[in-house]
Design a protein. Structure first.
Length: 277
């Protein structure tokens, strides 16, 4: 064996990473956090200039923010996720608003749809968490019609959620060789993944504002319901949990704009509209 071969790091086991991620997103109840993000789905549909009657696919839809936004605009919507419990929450929301939506369990890296099936493909803070980023991007492009649009909302590396994952990573390092989800929140990475299949990539930084009763309230919600944070605390001993809590409270303090004891945290994300070649 050559020295260079011996020094080459082993390829990450993406299947194992996906299994762990599935466990994380299936734990807690992401919908408790997800429902607060509804405005992002609404704004993404406006950025896409989405038209009534369009066939829309929401990938890694969670509890359906972009799904509901598109359905409210009289689109023919299919909502997908690989966590059945989240699809059920989306179904409940659609039923409450009397919106007609098809819900299907599906893996973002292997979508069960024919090529060029949809006019618009969307994902808000969902597909960015796939272990095999290039495969997921390829699937989004594959099922989108020529001239159709792919709309994405992805947390940026420098924004609050990007820094949240960086902070968690200090205490629980991510698997070696797996690309950071926050790369989806950069123009450069989008160009890498979609450039060959896009006639245009338009990306604008946007701001989502987390509003909670207090820093402690935010921490309790994210520890209890947000899978990645829940799993991080569960994996640490008491000393490790205390250290992570200190770092998260410091992070909140750095981003919090409120001075009345509540939380008003501005979290940057990248809103992207990709036109399929």
């Amino acid at each position: 064996m050559s020295t260079s071969a011996a020094l080459k790091p082993a390829a990450p086991d993406l299947a194992a990473v996906k299994q762990r991620q599935h466990g994380a997103w299936s734990s807690g109840d992401y919908a408790v956090v997800g429902t607060t993000l509804q405005i992002v789905g609404e704004q993404l549909c406006e950025a896409l200039d989405i038209r009534a009657g369009s066939k829309v696919l929401d990938v890694a839809a969670g509890n359906g923010n972009a799904t509901l936004a598109a359905a409210r605009r009289w689109c023919d919507v299919t909502s997908t996720d690989y966590v059945p419990e989240l699809l059920k929450r989306g179904q409940e929301r659609a039923a409450a608003d009397h919106l007609k939506v098809e819900f299907r369990e599906a893996d973002a890296e292997a979508l069960p749809f024919a090529d060029a099936s949809y006019d618009v493909v969307v994902s808000t803070f969902g597909v960015m968490f796939t272990p095999d980023q290039d495969k997921a991007a390829s699937e989004l492009a594959r099922v989108c019609k020529s001239g159709g649009k792919i709309g994405l909302a992805n947390w940026t590396p420098q924004g609050f959620i990007g820094q949240l994952f960086k902070t968690i990573g200090k205490h629980l390092p991510p698997p070696a060789g797996v690309k950071s989800p926050a790369l989806w929140g950069t123009q450069a990475r989008l160009e890498e993944m979609f450039g060959s299949q896009a006639s245009e990539i338009s990306a604008e930084p946007r701001m989502f504002v987390f509003r909670y009763r207090s820093p402690e309230h935010w921490l309790e919600i994210f520890k209890t319901f947000y899978g990645p944070t829940l799993k991080a605390f569960a994996a640490l001993d008491e000393t490790g949990q205390a250290a992570l809590k200190r770092d998260l409270m410091t992070l909140l303090g750095e981003f919090n704009h409120a001075d009345d004891g509540t939380i008003v945290v501005h979290s940057e994300y990248l809103e992207a509209v990709i036109t399929k070649r």
